[in-house]
Design a protein around this ligand. Structure first.
Ligand SMILES: [Zn+2]
Length: 472
């Protein structure tokens, strides 16, 4: 049997004015995915499943992914979609599509990318089933529900079951094709938005809600159960939480369990809260400065590029160079970082010299302004990571700041190591993140979340939503 595989993976933040385009998106065409599957772990799960089964031949199409950011450029998306279908032109029979989608990718001027893609697939292949893995923060639309046979979403946040989710959707597709069973999926929506930092799966109430999913999956008629939590930093008509239950062929049971899961979510709604001490930015920094242990991590949570923020908000830098400049004393502070290609360029031309430099505030013009710093670009690294980013370490009187030429996430110590920073000996490390990643949790002696304003404001009520969601 022939299985077409492909994927589009992006979390698009509608509060961020940046348009995510060709420069930001990593694309693997056709067979390229095999050599690069570790860079697209959800696809790897799908590929690994089918490659261990000789009944199947895979037809890889387009796999595109980018760091969360503003909406995707329409022309470039349409180009990638055209390629996706072009690679199928010589195929006469496709038995199924098995996809690795995010679920909250938005295209500027189109809206939900997943809805758009699934409609087009069904238009061209009306009788071919579609199965897709999703991120836990997928925003389920009616179109997605109507066009797809089955969805499976991650059960962990931070997401550590990405490969397993890809593998699982492949297993469901295999089951459906081998047994000639048309899977039935039940959906129930809950009209609320919840910040990711209140819904980590090792914390309550998510921990118990995830156990409910596992319990339901023990029923022989159920192939999978998921919560798609939606993506809070997208002001989109069809957002919110959706319980998704896939059954072998029992629609009634799938509907019953989906409603049960939605009810459980509503019952537990009042228990959602931040898992780490969360304070206004100045207070979070003051608390960090008081600690004896090191390193103290401070998340600049209102500007978290891994949830699609601009990564150039300067509020923390402004506070450290103004209100708190006399309270730093001899504490060493590392800030990761600021996305500012122009500042990077200026530093490259003036390495090892004291300069005055404006940083940040270029894309986020709503919640901050560029800040003028006096300091020295002491280190430079080129070609960092998949986007070939140039990194600069800029040292001022108050702190060391990493400047980046590309919009990237600050999720692990790779960039500290690349810049040869003795980061474990810093007193304070400020990262543009929400909840800390596993790696940083291990590094952190103490951690605080600074509730900065920005495109990923954790206090959802401070953002301007057009659509009337209950905000948790
Ligand atoms: Zn997610």
């Amino acid at each position: 049997m022939k299985i077409a595989i492909g994927g589009f993976f992006h979390e698009s933040n509608t509060f961020n004015p940046i348009i995510t385009g060709i420069e930001d998106i990593v694309v693997f065409h056709q067979d390229e995915i095999y050599a690069n599957k570790s860079s697209y772990v959800m696809a790897k799960g799908i590929i690994d499943y089918f490659q261990s089964n000789t009944d199947y031949q895979l037809i890889p199409l387009v796999f595109a992914k980018a760091v969360p950011n503003g909406e995707i450029d329409k022309e470039y998306y349409l180009h990638l979609k055209e390629k996706f279908f072009a690679y199928l032109e010589n195929e006469t029979q496709i038995d199924a599509f098995v996809l690795a989608l995010h679920g909250s990718m938005r295209v500027h001027g189109i809206g939900s990318a997943e809805s758009d893609l699934l409609v087009d697939i069904k238009k061209r292949y009306p009788n071919t089933p579609i199965f897709s893995a999703l991120d836990m923060h997928a925003s389920m639309t009616k179109t997605m529900m109507n066009k797809t046979e089955a969805f499976v979403a991650f059960k962990t946040a931070p997401h550590i079951d990405v490969w397993e989710t890809g593998y699982k959707i492949a297993e469901i597709a295999d089951y459906s094709l081998q047994n000639k069973v048309k899977t039935k999926t039940g959906y129930t929506k809950v009209n609320c938005l919840i910040a990711g930092e209140k819904s980590e799966t090792e914390c309550q109430p998510m921990k118990s809600l995830i156990q409910e999913l596992h319990k339901i999956e023990r029923d022989d008629d159920i192939l999978s159960a998921s919560y798609c939590l939606g993506f809070p930093w997208a002001d989109a008509e069809e957002n919110g939480v959706t319980a998704v239950v896939v059954s072998n062929n029992n629609q009634e049971k799938a509907d019953y369990y989906a409603k049960y899961l939605a009810d459980k979510f509503i019952e537990n709604k009042h228990l959602f809260d931040f898992s780490m001490p969360s304070l206004p930015p100045e207070q979070a920094l003051l608390e960090a400065l008081k600690q004896d242990k090191k390193p103290v991590f401070v998340s600049d949570s209102g500007d978290n590029p891994t949830a699609g923020s601009t990564a150039d908000n300067t509020e923390i830098i402004r506070i450290l160079t103004n209100e708190l400049k006399d309270k730093i004393n001899n504490k060493t502070i590392l800030i990761a970082g600021i996305f500012d290609p122009i500042a990077v360029e200026t530093c490259q031309q003036n390495l090892d010299q004291e300069i005055e430099l404006f940083v940040g505030g270029v894309y986020d013009t709503k919640y901050c302004k560029p800040v003028k710093l006096k300091g020295i670009a002491i280190k430079k690294v080129e070609g960092f990571g998949m986007l070939n980013t140039t990194l600069i370490l800029f040292k001022t009187k108050e702190f060391e700041l990493i400047l980046c030429s590309k919009h990237i996430g600050f999720t692990n110590a790779d960039m500290f190591k690349a810049l040869q920073i003795d980061y474990q000996n810093k007193d304070i490390i400020v990262v543009k993140l929400g909840y800390l990643t596993e790696e940083f949790i291990e590094d952190a002696a103490v951690s605080f979340m600074a509730l900065t304003r920005g495109c990923t404001d954790e206090v959802l009520s401070r953002l301007d939503y057009t659509y009337p969601y209950e905000l948790i």
